[in-house]
Design a protein around this ligand. Structure first.
Ligand code: SER
Length: 874
């Protein structure tokens, strides 16, 4: 069976068992600061397990994109060296939210794996583990299913702390968790390794293929396990591992999908495909990098972008080991798209962007390596002894991105060793600093959690009644808020828009019997809308009714910008091409900001074309249509969906200009495009490799912007005593006149210098038969002084001349020695001393030298050096 067929069979099996097929969510977890990347199928359902989010179904199945590199589940360093670890993999899963539990989960898993109709695996090759104290699961497996006790293994807390066990699964340090039962496949005696729980368990013989977690608890930061509202099920089976089993190969790298990627990697690098670990690393890493970039991550020095950067660099290093010269990694993207683009259209759509980002990063890394090598050379030149200290290895690693294994290679070549302990100490300190400043890994339970949902009524108006469902003060639920207190109010329904999709949350106020709560901002937590603000007067209790009023003028200004963003997005695709896809957006009442994939600066004529198209759509004044539908119908209509967004079962399709722009969007918009009034781009620039940013204004703000520009124009015209109409002619005239004057000035200076030369010649003194002349001439540049020195040389005969002056707060120095003297006195030598005296540097030929410095106060002292120089030199 091919991987694609296995994926489909799994989803179909569970559909037949009453599960709803749910699309993979983005690799960037939606609204979740606790996770670096999506690391399991259950991530998108986490609030369903906690009972905070209700969906239309209680059984779901999915094939989820996962990345395990960084964070709690991190496989990065294993990749390439085992048969089964990946940075990116697909996790097949079935989920029950308070529906079925252990018995059904176990029997479904067994049926899918072993029944003839489905995977038909030989039962005797399957082993099962359960959490040591989970007798219920043990009995279900042995008595109901009939797995012999010899192939059952109980695993306790084998990781050194309570519930730290291979058979107790947790998404992170806090949040949903529970005991699990894992199914292993025995790949046969010809492969090294022992059954789970044995000392040889890390070998590749017995491979875990399916993990069934019985979600029972929510772990809080104090380590306490709180029972979930309803016991649930979360399972995960790595598609690559089960493919290996069904394709009768023992390593994931031998499955259909990886064979093509390995071939493409070998070709791009220019080496043979011979099972090298490094080639596996490259073939693995192109998947995580390709998918992460498609989901909106770009390489950077922090957070997600930093992990991506490390994966790319690791791939480059391994490619180099195999002999790659120049950039090769980006060339494998085409093979990735061919292999997986069908199942994941985001890859296909963003191929050019992914290639561009990878190529830029590879080129930058090549430079980094070169620079790192230079630094290392310098440090090695000063090295005492034969050990490279940890601080140096760390500095190279941290500041110059220079991998430690490379430093190790170089050390070996020179018979040096590395102070690895010192390096680890520095790394530890660094990790601590990173943890302290990073939001990832924060306590999932510290986020405000609300039961119940808020109905949004704000598409139709900006006022409405609502009942207080919950109140929070300092993050904790309270029954009442008092005057003067800051807090969060949750209503059963509200016209306030909660920040999402780039649009900021609404502000306004809530009012009731003698009370007023000023709403500064509105955000979402699960299905609840949180009104953040301060209670101005009165008191507010759970259960109270309030009248909610949104600041309508801010809302309207924001709507103009949001609608204009959609028009701009569509126009960008028309002008620049279909590769343009949204990478970020911010919409408030003042302006709009739109980030998108594109590989070069936008030309001025393209910017103008964009403005023209958007303004044409505005003038067409078509009505803005919205429609609620399911995601598949929406996509079939050609609606632009963001791959990074989490969409519910029902989506809202927003169309403008009779199909000119069709997007999935929950935001608030104008009713006709003409409401936008006017659209004006205020800036265009790059934010990261392959990502451009446009900022623009609309409506009154656009008018004010143009007015401002007009005012500046008028002011400029006044300054040159002209008008708007002849400003350009006036300016050109002025510039021409300026050039003319500069020329005249230069001529005058030369003339002045020449007559100064005559005067100066007279002030030369005789030192041991040599005419020594040193003089101060402020306001002349180096060129003028040089000409003067030349002239003086001719006049004085056997002579040494040192001229200096101050120009723009800097010292300029020129020295000259006539040809008959350069054997004994060198202008360059004198210049070194003179320039040093004014805090600068200088040098040159024996007959002519130049220099400068930054301490004008010492100039006279420097000039006096000429005489001493001759006295001592002759
Ligand atoms: N969440 C569990 C895991 O990742 C089962 O899917 O192993």
């Amino acid at each position: 069976m091919k991987s694609a067929e296995i994926r489909e069979a799994f989803l179909r099996f569970f559909e037949e068992k009453g599960h709803t097929r749910v699309a993979s969510s983005s690799l960037i977890p939606a609204n979740d600061p606790t996770l670096l990347f999506t690391n399991a199928g259950m991530n998108q359902f986490k609030d369903c397990f906690l009972g905070l989010e209700k969906r239309a179904y209680t059984r779901a199945t999915s094939s989820q994109k996962c990345v395990r590199a960084g964070g709690k589940h991190n496989d990065l360093e294993n990749v390439g060296y085992t048969a089964r670890h990946h940075t990116f993999f697909e996790m097949l899963g079935n989920f029950s939210f308070g529906d079925y539990f252990k018995r059904d989960a176990i029997s479904y898993a067994w049926e899918f794996l072993t029944s003839e109709k489905w995977l038909n695996l030989p039962k005797e090759k399957l082993w099962v583990t359960v959490y040591a104290s989970d007798d219920e699961a043990f009995d279900l497996w042995t008595k109901d299913i009939g797995v012999p006790v010899e192939r059952m293994v109980r695993i306790g807390d084998n990781k050194g702390a309570p519930y730290a066990s291979d058979n107790f699964w947790a998404m992170g340090d806090t949040g949903p968790c529970g005991p699990c039962t894992e199914i292993f496949f025995d790949h046969g005696a010809d492969i090294w390794g022992g059954p789970p729980g044995s000392p040889e368990e890390d070998g590749d013989r017995y491979i875990e293929i399916w993990n069934n977690v019985f979600m029972q608890f929510n772990r809080t930061a104090d380590g306490v396990l709180h029972p979930l509202p309803a016991p649930s099920v979360d399972t995960g089976m790595g598609l690559e591992r089960i493919s290996a089993v069904l394709q009768h190969v023992h390593s994931n790298y031998e499955i259909d999908l990886f064979q093509n990627l390995l071939n493409a990697s070998a070709q791009a690098i220019g080496c043979a495909n011979e099972e090298q670990a490094s080639l596996k690393v490259v073939a693995d890493h192109i998947r995580s990098c390709g998918f992460l970039i498609a989901d909106g991550v770009t390489p950077s020095n922090e957070g997600r972008g930093y992990v991506l950067r490390r994966i790319i660099r690791r791939a480059c290093r391994h490619g180099n080991k195999l002999g790659a010269t120049g950039s090769f990694f980006y060339r494998i993207v085409a093979a990735l798209v061919a292999e997986m683009g069908e199942a994941f259209p985001e890859l296909k759509q963003q191929q050019a962007h992914i290639e561009r980002v990878l190529k830029t990063e590879e080129e930058q890394f090549a430079k980094t390596l070169e620079q790192g090598l230079k630094i290392l050379e310098q440090d090695l030149a000063d090295l005492q002894g034969s050990v490279i200290p940890g601080e140096i290895i760390f500095k190279l690693y941290d500041t110059y991105g220079f991998p430690m294994d490379l430093t190790g290679d170089i050390a070996r070549e020179r018979e040096l060793t590395l102070d690895e302990e010192g390096f680890e100490r520095e790394m530890d300190a660094q990790r601590k600093r990173a943890r302290a400043s990073s939001a990832f890994g924060m306590d999932y339970n510290a986020l405000v959690k609300v039961e119940g949902e808020t109905r949004f009524t704000g598409y139709l108006g900006t006022t409405g009644e609502g009942k207080v469902l919950a109140l929070f003060k300092d993050g904790a639920a309270v029954e009442q808020l008092h005057a003067g207190e800051e807090g969060v109010v949750v209503l059963d329904q509200t016209p306030f828009y909660a920040e999402s999709g780039g649009q900021i949350g609404d502000a306004g106020f809530l009012a009731g019997e003698g009370l007023r709560f000023d709403v500064r901002d509105t955000t979402k937590a699960g299905g609840a809308f949180l009104h953040h603000g301060i209670l101005d007067s009165g008191s507010l209790s759970v259960g109270a009714s309030v009248e909610a009023t949104v600041d309508a003028s801010v809302r309207q200004a924001t709507a103009l910008n949001h609608s204009a963003t959609h028009l701009l997005h569509a126009a960008l695709r028309q002008v620049l091409g279909e590769h343009v896809s949204q990478k970020g957006s911010l919409v408030d009442s003042q302006r709009l900001r739109f980030d998108f994939s594109h590989f070069e600066a936008i030309k001025p004529e393209q910017l103008k074309e964009l403005e023209d198209i958007v303004n044409r759509e505005i003038r067409a004044n078509t009505s803005v249509e919205t429609q609620e539908t399911d995601i598949e119908t929406a996509k079939a209509k050609g609606a632009m969906a963001l791959f990074g967004e989490k969409y519910g079962d029902r989506v809202r399709v927003l169309s403008m200009g009779g199909g000119f722009s069709v997007e999935l969007c929950g935001g608030t918009h104008v009713s006709r495009t003409g409401d936008i009034g006017l659209f004006k781009i205020t800036s265009e620039g790059g934010t990261a490799a392959g990502v451009r940013r446009i900022e623009a204004v609309t409506g009154a703000a656009a008018f004010a912007y143009l007015n401002g520009a007009e005012e500046q124009l008028k002011e400029a015209a006044n300054l040159v005593k002209g008008s708007r109409d002849n400003l350009i002619d006036k300016l050109s005239g002025l510039l021409e006149r300026n050039r003319q004057l500069e020329k005249e000035l230069a001529q005058l200076k030369a003339k002045a210098a020449s007559s100064a030369g005559d005067d100066l010649a007279g002030s030369a003194v005789d030192v041991k038969g040599v005419k020594v002349l040193s003089a101060r001439l402020d306001g002349l540049d180096g060129k003028a002084l040089l000409a003067l020195v030349d002239q003086l040389k001719n006049k004085l005969g056997r002579a040494l001349i040192l001229l200096g002056g101050v120009l723009d707060d800097k010292v300029v120095l020129v020295a000259g020695v006539t040809a008959d003297l350069t054997g004994q006195l060198k202008a360059g030598e004198l210049m070194k001393q003179a320039a040093a005296a004014v805090g600068g540097k200088g040098g040159g030929r024996p007959d002519m030298a130049q220099g400068g410095g930054s301490e004008p106060a010492k100039l006279d002292e420097a000039l006096a050096l000429a005489k001493t120089f001759v006295e001592q030199g002759l």
